[in-house]
Write a protein that binds this ligand. Structure first.
Ligand SMILES: [Ca+2]
Ligand SMILES: [Ca+2]
Length: 378
């Protein structure tokens, strides 16, 4: 059985059985009894903690500088540097004989009184280990944080305030941010991530970004840019989503308030349910464009659809499913078959089909089936 070890903020070691310190802060990992809890001193104004207490039998690590080395079980040695006003604490399941942080799991707690500062983790040796750090949690309490750079995976990221930049080589399984996120950047393929924040400015992925659940509950998302595929997306934004740009295929469900600006894919676009919600019927789907086909079971805009394009003069791309605008349906351009049911509460502006036919298409205005004669089939 493990034990809890802790240190007061003032640096005085306390008896391990006393769980109520007179002052200061105690870190406990209650559900992981075999973990050693390391609580370094708060940093001075120069960002440097000052002392190492050797007098205690407790395994307590005090930071001598704003950088520590962390050795992972697979041999990786990471340099963890931070720059911030505030305090940082490391919790790990192992500390070696020299008092260095080691192990296969690490948890990081940051107490940040200002929304600035940075945490940067770098692999110091490419020849040992897999280069991936395995962070169990990154908790940020306080008014927010600046930038985080992590060559690996973060199981849980919790932040009480806004975050400026998060860059990860691996993935974040769960991010709960009680504030806005400015930038999230994934450098490798991601398969499974939950991100909940007030709003997000930019999400970029250098590879695939699959099985992403993205929820913004106070605002929207300005841009999502994915170099690979974005499959099994669940995007729910309480505000505008201006741009979604996917180089490969895009598949998933999308629900936004008032505006879905431009959505484009270099391959196919598929989905079950897409919604632009606006009680005033003033919502807008700006442009939906796939180089391949667009198949959405039910796309519903409370407002107008400006433009839908599938395929191009070199690639056939059909449109199928149900596309509904309570207002005007602008331009629908299909380089392939138009197999969809199109609904408009106002009027259709232009529908053109080339490289295919409209034999299976249906048009409805005010819920009434209307003649397909307005479709220009070339
Ligand atoms: Ca390494
Ligand atoms: Ca590793």
């Amino acid at each position: 059985m493990g034990r809890f070890e802790y240190k007061n903020r003032n640096g005085n070691a306390r008896d391990v059985l006393e769980l109520e310190p007179l002052e200061g802060r105690v870190l406990l990992s209650g559900d992981l009894l075999d973990w050693t809890v390391i609580t370094p001193l708060p940093l001075g104004l120069d960002g440097v903690a000052t002392s190492v207490d050797e007098n205690s039998e407790l395994t307590v690590l005090y930071l001598e500088s704003n950088t520590i080395e962390y050795t992972e079980a697979d041999g990786d040695i990471f340099k963890i540097s931070f720059r911030l006003p505030g305090t940082i604490a490391f919790t790990t399941n192992s500390v070696d004989d020299d008092g260095n942080v080691a192990g296969s799991k690490i948890g990081i707690d940051i107490m940040s009184p200002k929304a600035t500062g940075s945490l940067k983790i770098t692999d110091t040796n490419d020849d040992v280990g897999d280069g991936v750090i395995n962070i169990q949690w990154l908790n940020i309490t306080g008014e927010g944080f600046g930038s985080i750079k992590c060559p690996g995976d973060i199981a849980v990221l919790n932040a009480e305030g806004p975050l400026k930049t998060i860059k990860v080589d691996g993935q974040i399984d769960n991010a709960y941010v009680d504030g806005a996120i400015k930038n999230i950047k994934f450098y490798d393929d991601v398969n499974g991530t939950n991100i909940i924040a007030d709003s997000i400015r930019n999400i970029t992925a250098k590879g695939d970004l699959n099985s992403a659940n993205i929820l913004t509950d106070q605002g929207g998302v300005r841009s999502i840019s994915v170099k690979g595929d974005m499959l099994d997306l669940d995007l729910d934004a309480a505000g505008e989503v201006k741009t979604i740009k996917v180089k490969g295929n895009l598949d998933g469900d999308i629900s936004v308030d008032t505006l879905l600006g431009r959505v484009s894919a270099g391959g196919d676009i598929t989905g079950i349910s897409w919604n632009v919600i606006d009680d005033q019927n003033q919502g807008i789907l700006g442009k939906l464009k796939a180089k391949g086909s667009i198949t959405i079971v039910d796309l519903d805009v409370q407002g107008s659809i400006k433009k839908i394009v599938s395929g191009n003069s070199n690639v056939n791309g059909l449109i199928s499913g149900s596309f509904s605008a309570s207002g005007e349906m602008g331009s629908v351009k299909v380089f392939g078959d138009l197999d969809a049911s199109l609904f408009s509460g106002h009027m259709f502006k232009s529908i053109s089909v080339s490289q295919g036919d409209a034999d299976n298409a249906e048009l409805f205005v005010f819920g009434m089936l209307v003649d397909k004669g307005i479709i220009k089939v070339k």
